[in-house]
Design a protein around this ligand. Structure first.
Ligand code: CIZ
Ligand code: SF4
Length: 319
């Protein structure tokens, strides 16, 4: 619409004027992903967002996603100004893993290596030996397990269970979950498969084990997009945030993507297949961040120093 175009025009202008770049996650709304693509920014998973932000020369990054992604950008680029459309965009995994409780949990297992998912606060990362995203969790844990290390895993218990089954590593798991992925139901997926018998099932491992069990491909967002491209199927049932359909359709044009069924329905389901925090990113608040410099990420210096080590270890491991 004309209004959307007006916003986009203003944002494009300001990005150039303010030496800024828009970095968006796959789960944000289509209009944000489109804008990031059109303005030479990037649309990616959290690992790629971090890598892109670190190598891009812009002095300001607008991170459209959730708060831990902005914090990660700041920790890796302390000299850059990191703005978010809204600092209120958080994550149930982050909320469910307060740093003080997590630190006390770690103290119970002093001989364990501490591996935390990227979806955590800077303070939790600062307590960790490793940060991982779902695209490299298996490789890192395998690497540690091969060295005979025992592992503390936090915060997502479903991803932890998946990693543990795949690698056979000795792991203790923090009890956290993603409110979006936790809702996918194996029975619903199987019922939908009866209607579309040729459909392949793509599952993000933040989903419950019963859903992972019936998947044709399990992986991070980038890995699922690749699977949609590479598998011969024409139809896919997708158990992850539906924001991913934007890039899946680009990657595999002509294919059909269906949302995996969730437990709730209609008005009773507030987060079915779309993260309510990702949905807080819109053109209006992207514009106001650029205009007014609002919602800037700041992280305590000492905390940044400590959180950078396990993050950098992840980036070094994966390149
Ligand atoms: O569920 C999330 O927030 C994901 C998949 C983040 C990421 O690593 O891209
Ligand atoms: Fe967190 Fe889940 Fe939202 Fe990702 S989709 S940001 S894991 S609540």
């Amino acid at each position: 619409s004309a209004e959307i175009e007006q916003y986009k025009t203003k944002i494009r202008q300001l990005l150039a004027e303010k030496d800024a770049c828009l970095v968006a996650h796959y789960y944000t709304d289509d209009v944000i992903q489109e804008l990031a693509d059109e303005t030479g920014g990037c649309v990616a998973d959290s690992l790629e967002m971090a890598r892109f932000g670190a190598r891009h020369p812009a002095s300001t990054l607008i991170v459209a996603g959730v708060r831990f992604m902005g914090e990660t950008a700041k920790i890796l680029n302390p000299e850059k100004r990191i703005l978010m459309p809204t600092l209120e965009a958080t994550c149930s995994l982050d909320i469910g893993c307060p740093a003080d409780e997590f630190s006390a949990f770690c103290d119970q297992y002093p001989d364990h290596e501490v591996v935390v998912y990227a979806n955590t606060s800077a303070a939790v990362k600062a307590r960790a030996d490793w940060v991982v995203t779902s695209s490299i969790a298996l490789q890192v844990v395998e690497h540690l397990s091969d060295q005979g290390k025992k592992i503390i895993w936090a915060p997502d218990k479903h991803l932890g269970e998946y990693v543990q089954k795949q690698t056979g590593a000795e792991m203790v798991l923090w009890d956290g979950s993603c409110i979006v992925h936790e809702e996918f139901k194996a029975k619903g997926v199987l019922d939908l498969k009866k209607v579309y018998p040729d459909a392949a099932v793509l599952v993000h491992p933040e989903s419950p084990d019963a859903v992972v069990q019936i998947a044709d491909a399990v992986g991070s967002t980038s890995q699922l997009i690749k699977a949609a491209q590479e598998l011969p199927n024409e139809t896919f049932i997708v158990a992850t945030d539906r924001g991913i359909f934007y890039k899946m359709q680009q990657a595999a044009p002509g294919k059909r993507f269906l949302e995996a069924p969730t437990g709730g329905s209609g008005a009773t389901c507030r987060s079915c297949a779309h993260c309510p925090w990702m949905a807080m990113n819109g053109l209006e608040n992207v514009l106001s961040a650029l205009e007014h410099g609002t919602d800037e990420i700041s992280v305590d210096e000492a905390l940044m120093e400590r959180a950078r080590k396990p993050l950098q270890r992840m980036l070094d491991f994966s390149t």
